[in-house]
Design a protein around this ligand. Structure first.
Ligand SMILES: Cc1ncc(COP(=O)(O)O)c(C=O)c1O
Length: 461
């Protein structure tokens, strides 16, 4: 499809000109006087001025057609970046906050509190806990669930089955005596998704029971072929839950949802949210960690589960280099999320044009950074992942293989040639080797990374 002469054209004039007619590079005749070393480079301008378009034709065509969508994402990035900047200024962040701490972590220069304050403000929460000591998203979600649930309570998942790694946390798979919620006498029930892959609103309207203490809402699709939830839908679900049982607490698994919209779940009534810093809010550079955010009382209870009752949030050391990366990563996050969304739009456009089923569909508004593509066979999933891994900056020589991974029942394959191990805010894709053989793509520091990867994918599958 050809690019329309919309406002998008004005927003990307340099790029569009590049595609139509190569921009003249500065050459020796017109360039101002330079340092001799630079002058040598300028002389080489006499060589053919412009390489061929770097993308394969199908991808180049999709890119051309998506500038209007990309322009909308830039508006979202600007809005969320402004919110983050304001929070940094309100917390009076200075480089002394990057000092970190050792040992118990009691002697800390204020960086930890500032990080908590920034996350709370940006997510519209009363309080937040941002810590390198959260191992992963699963760990942060687990601490959040333990903040709410006590023996005899029921946990209700309102958006179908939760993400695979939560099955053992809940005790619905391999329930051992290691301390799942089931071990502690917490029961579990779920409302299956409606036929359209969204929430089953009529079932939700009569779902709450006296013992239902907590409702779990998973914002992103996880490894399911389902629609991810918009903030509006999350807000509506919370209203329906609280109307039936005002003291039922709502916990939102916020993984892959941060900064995809202009609002976050606490702004529409979620009591607690949890997520991982090697996904969206780490901006591709946080090396580890996670967060919970919500009501002060519940954040404190989650902190007690992370550390120990009584220790709370005032301990736990974090080396200084990590503190700086967590601050900087959160600052960058609206932007890297924007790039990931653009990458997803491009994947959907290209793979749908080749006849593959994609979720979300091309050009529909996004509610997370994940783009699922149904490939229909094990071989294609493996070939897709191999092509992605070959195109990554780290470990491009490695052939990813499917295997068992802690927390997952199915065989899973990951292509993640990333700087931070397992980081899915960086370009990556993964999926369980099970019907309907779907691959889940996410991340990327710049959408052009996906444009290159797609070329390799198209050659391979
Ligand atoms: C929706 C959702 N929730 C939770 C998780 C678990 O996160 P982690 O792998 O950091 O434990 C994932 C992982 O991809 C996910 O997609």
């Amino acid at each position: 499809m050809a690019a329309s002469p919309s406002s998008a054209t004005a927003a990307y004039p340099a790029l569009l000109r590049t595609q139509r007619a190569p921009l003249p590079l500065p050459c020796a005749a017109s360039a101002p006087r330079r340092h001799p070393r630079l002058a040598t480079r300028a002389l080489s301008c006499a060589a053919p001025p412009h390489p061929a378009h770097p993308f394969v034709p199908e991808v180049a065509e999709a890119v051309d057609s998506l500038y209007g969508e990309f322009r909308k994402i830039d508006d979202l990035v600007a809005y969320n970046s402004a919110r983050v900047l304001k929070a940094f200024q309100n917390a009076r962040v200075g480089s002394h906050y990057f000092g970190g701490s050792t040992g118990y972590g009691h002697d800390e220069g204020g960086g930890r509190e500032a990080l908590d304050q920034i996350f709370a403000e940006v997510f519209g929460a009363e309080s937040a806990l941002v810590r390198a000591q959260f191992f992963s998203g699963t760990h942060a979600i687990t601490c959040a669930l333990w903040a709410f649930l006590r023996p005899g309570d029921e946990l209700l998942a309102v958006a179908g089955a939760p993400y695979d790694t939560l099955e053992e946390v809940l005790g619905i798979r391999n329930s051992s005596t290691l301390g799942s919620l089931k071990d502690f006498g917490v029961s579990y029930r779920e409302i299956p998704l409606a036929a359209d892959g969204g929430l089953d609103w009529s079932a939700l309207a009569i779902a709450l029971r006296p013992q239902t203490k907590c409702a779990l809402i998973q914002r992103s699709c996880g490894y399911s072929w389902r629609r991810s939830l918009s903030i509006e839908e999350i807000g509506r679900a919370i209203q329906i839950i609280k109307m039936q049982k005002p003291d039922c607490l709502v916990m939102v698994d916020n993984c892959y949802g941060e900064f995809v919209e202009s609002m976050e779940p606490p702004m529409v009534g979620a009591d607690l949210i949890a997520g991982s810093l090697i996904k969206n809010p780490g901006g591709t550079i946080a090396p580890c960690g996670g967060y919970v955010a919500g009501g002060k009382r519940w954040v404190e209870a989650a902190a007690a589960r992370l550390s120990a009752p009584g220790l709370g949030i005032d301990c736990g050391s974090t080396p200084g280099d990590i503190m700086r990366l967590i601050f900087q990563g959160f600052f960058l996050s609206p932007q890297t999320v924007g790039e990931a969304i653009k990458g997803g739009l491009l994947i959907a456009e290209v793979m749908a044009s080749k006849g593959y089923k994609v979720q979300p569909l091309p050009r529909v508004p996004r509610h997370d950074t994940v783009q699922a593509v149904q490939l229909g066979s094990r071989e294609r999933v493996l070939a897709f992942c191999e092509a992605v891994q070959r195109s990554c900056p780290i470990g491009s020589y490695i052939k990813p293989t499917a295997g068992t991974t802690a927390g997952y029942a199915s065989e899973v394959i990951f292509a993640d040639g990333t700087f931070v191990d397992g980081s899915t805010s960086e370009l990556s894709c993964d999926g369980p080797l099970r019907e309907p053989f779907t691959i889940f793509c996410q991340g990327g520091t710049h959408w052009t990374q996906w444009a290159f990867v797609l070329g390799e994918v198209l050659r391979s599958i």
